[in-house]
Design a protein. Structure first.
Length: 269
């Protein structure tokens, strides 16, 4: 089974004690590509994912500022992001967006930083990775007004809303990514969305170290567990897990224009 984890926070301290072993487990599980999300601990370390992409030829990176830290953003941070966006292993800008569940930053500030980062991502010609929680009406409105004209699309990460919003996202060039929460017994709504969408518009992810799938509920999540998401989506689509894994991997490669990786790790840098 070939798998791609389209969203993992492998720089987070939850992996400090066994990061190398965690990455090896990912490879053993069949992960050929991983997108390391670079929001890190906040604006004080904007390059948090890049070292992993430099060290491993199967890992790519994003850069961006999460809405939680919007209140900390200065023009200097935005300038640094523009510089980091030029790194050859940076393939997307994110995760960015809105979070009205925690409201760690004022909503007006979240919206401003979201707009500013969309503008910079458009200048860098990078797609965006969207975080949205309890803010879908505002998020979709901002995307349609400020991002759709760029025609760069992106990923609606850890999708958690309606089929209508998924289709609006697809119309703007987004892929819809499902995480471990899609495996939870009470998440039938997400499985219904996953069943209804075109297979070529779907990705899978872990959002490690968060949202461990049902089989590992209560434990730290890690990229190897993305296979559980593939199994869940396969069950609702009447496909094999291998079919879903292969399709979502191909979707990721096609969107980001990445070559098909070598399965062997012998040549890995």
């Amino acid at each position: 089974m070939e798998l791609i984890d389209s969203h993992a926070h492998i720089d987070f301290p939850q992996f400090a004690e066994d990061r190398a072993a965690m990455l090896e487990r990912a490879r053993t599980a069949g992960i050929t590509t991983l997108l390391a999300i670079g929001t890190g601990p906040g604006p004080e370390k904007l390059d948090s994912a890049i070292p992993f992409a430099e060290q491993h030829n199967w890992i790519y990176a994003t850069i961006g500022i999460h809405p939680h830290e919007a209140k900390e953003v200065t023009p200097r941070h935005l300038e640094e992001l523009s510089r980091l966006a030029e790194h050859p292993k940076v393939i997307a800008w994110g995760e960015i967006g809105l979070d009205y569940f925690y409201d760690h930053s004022p909503r007006e500030m979240q919206q401003k930083v979201f707009r500013d980062q969309m503008e910079l991502a458009a200048q860098a010609k990078l797609p965006i990775v969207i975080h949205c929680r309890d803010a879908w009406p505002d998020c979709m409105d901002l995307l349609e007004r400020h991002w759709k004209p760029a025609s760069l699309g992106g990923i609606l990460h850890c999708f958690s809303t309606t089929l209508e919003d998924a289709r609006r996202g697809i119309d703007m060039g987004f892929l819809i990514s499902f995480a471990g929460n899609s495996t939870y017994p009470k998440a039938q709504n997400l499985r219904d969305v996953a069943k209804a969408l075109p297979l070529e518009k779907i990705l899978i992810e872990t959002d490690s170290p968060y949202l461990a799938p049902q089989a590992y509920r209560g434990k730290r999540n890690e990229p190897a567990y993305v296979a559980e998401v593939a199994r869940t989506l396969a069950s609702v689509r009447n496909l094999s897990p291998d079919d879903v894994a292969a399709a979502t991997a191909e979707n990721f490669r096609r969107f980001f224009r990445l070559p098909r990786p070598q399965m062997s790790t012998a040549a890995e840098s």
